[in-house]
Design a protein around this ligand. Structure first.
Ligand SMILES: [Zn+2]
Ligand SMILES: [Zn+2]
Length: 258
C-alpha cells in the first residue's frame, strides 16, 4: 500500500476523469491521497473531492507563486474541517524571480514573511507543514529553525537533494520523493537518497506535474507512484513491499491518519 502525500487532484487537468484516476491508483495499491493547498481558487474543489472520497484528504495554504491570496484566506474555516491534515504548501521559491535586483530582494522578503506566517498558523492549529523549496534552501531552513517549526514538523515536498536540508530530519521533517528520482539526470538525488533516514521518507507524485519515467511528457497521476516506489526500492536495496509499508507508516504518523 502507498500514500500519495502530494497530489493536486483539484487541478483542472483531472476534471474530466477524476474517478478513473482515483480508481486506477486504488487498484495499483494507493490507499490515501493528500491534496496540498496551493491556489485558494480551487480549494473548494479540493474539499468537495475530500468530502466525497473517504481516502482523500486536503491541506490549506498558499504556494509562493500565489502569495497575495494569503491575506484573504480564511484559515480557521478550513483548518477545522475533519479532512484537513496540514498547512501548505507554503515555502520559498526563488526560481522564477523577475525584475531588477531590488525587485527580486523585495519579492524574497515578501515570500519569507508569508512563509513565516504559515508556520505561525501551523503552530496555532497544531498541524504539520507541507513545505515547497526551490532555489531557496538556506533561507527556508533558517525560517524553519528560527520559528521553531519543529513543534509541528512537516514534509519538505519534492525534496531538492540539497544536503544542507538533511539535518531537518532531526527537527521532525520528512522528505517527499517523487518522479524526479526516475529521471536520467537525477544524479544528485540518487546520491543523497541513502542519507535520508528511512523513517523520514515519503512518496508523492506532485501530479499533474513531474511525471516519472516511462510516462514523461504525459499528465502525472497517483497510479504512477508505482514507478517511484520501484526505483527507490532498487536504490535502497529494499523489497518494494517493505518500502511501501515503511513510507505508509511514515505518512500516517506525520499527518495523523487513522
Ligand atoms: Zn510544490
Ligand atoms: Zn505541489
Amino acid at each position: 500500500m502507498i500514500i500519495d502525500t502530494h497530489i493536486h487532484l483539484d487541478d483542472s487537468r483531472y476534471n474530466d476523469d477524476l474517478d478513473e484516476v482515483l480508481n486506477r491508483a486504488r487498484k495499483g495499491g494507493v490507499e490515501r491521497f493528500i491534496i496540498p493547498g496551493a491556489d485558494p481558487k480551487t480549494l473548494d474543489r479540493a474539499i468537495s473531492i475530500a468530502e466525497s472520497n473517504d481516502d482523500v484528504y486536503f491541506a490549506v495554504g498558499v504556494h509562493p507563486y500565489d502569495m497575495d491570496s494569503f491575506y484573504t484566506l480564511d484559515f480557521e474555516k478550513y483548518v477545522k474541517h475533519e479532512k484537513c491534515v496540514a498547512i501548505g504548501e507554503c515555502g520559498l521559491d526563488y526560481y522564477r524571480l523577475e525584475g531588477s535586483d531590488e525587485e527580486k530582494e523585495n519579492e524574497k522578503l515578501k515570500q519569507k514573511e508569508i512563509f513565516t506566517l504559515h508556520v505561525e498558523v501551523a503552530k496555532k492549529y497544531k498541524k504539520p507543514l507541507i513545505v515547497h523549496i526551490r532555489d531557496a534552501s538556506r533561507d527556508s531552513k533558517e525560517i524553519l529553525l528560527n520559528t521553531n517549526a519543529s513543534e509541528v514538523g512537516g514534509v519538505l515536498h519534492c525534496y531538492n537533494a540539497d544536503e544542507e536540508l538533511l539535518s531537518l530530519a532531526k527537527e521532525g521533517f520528512y522528505f517527499g520523493i517523487g518522479g524526479v528520482v526516475t529521471f536520467k539526470n537525477a544524479k544528485k538525488l540518487l546520491n543523497v537518497l541513502p542519507h535520508i533516514p528511512i523513517e523520514k521518507l515519503l512518496i508523492e507524485t506532485d501530479g499533474p506535474y513531474l511525471t516519472p519515467t516511462p510516462h514523461r511528457g504525459e499528465r502525472n497521476e497517483p497510479f504512477y507512484t508505482t514507478f517511484i516506489v520501484e526505483k527507490i526500492s532498487q536504490l535502497l536495496d529494499l523489497k518494494q513491499q517493505d518500502l511501501e509499508k515503511i513510507t505508509t507508516a511514515n505518512a500516517k504518523e506525520l499527518f495523523s491518519l487513522a
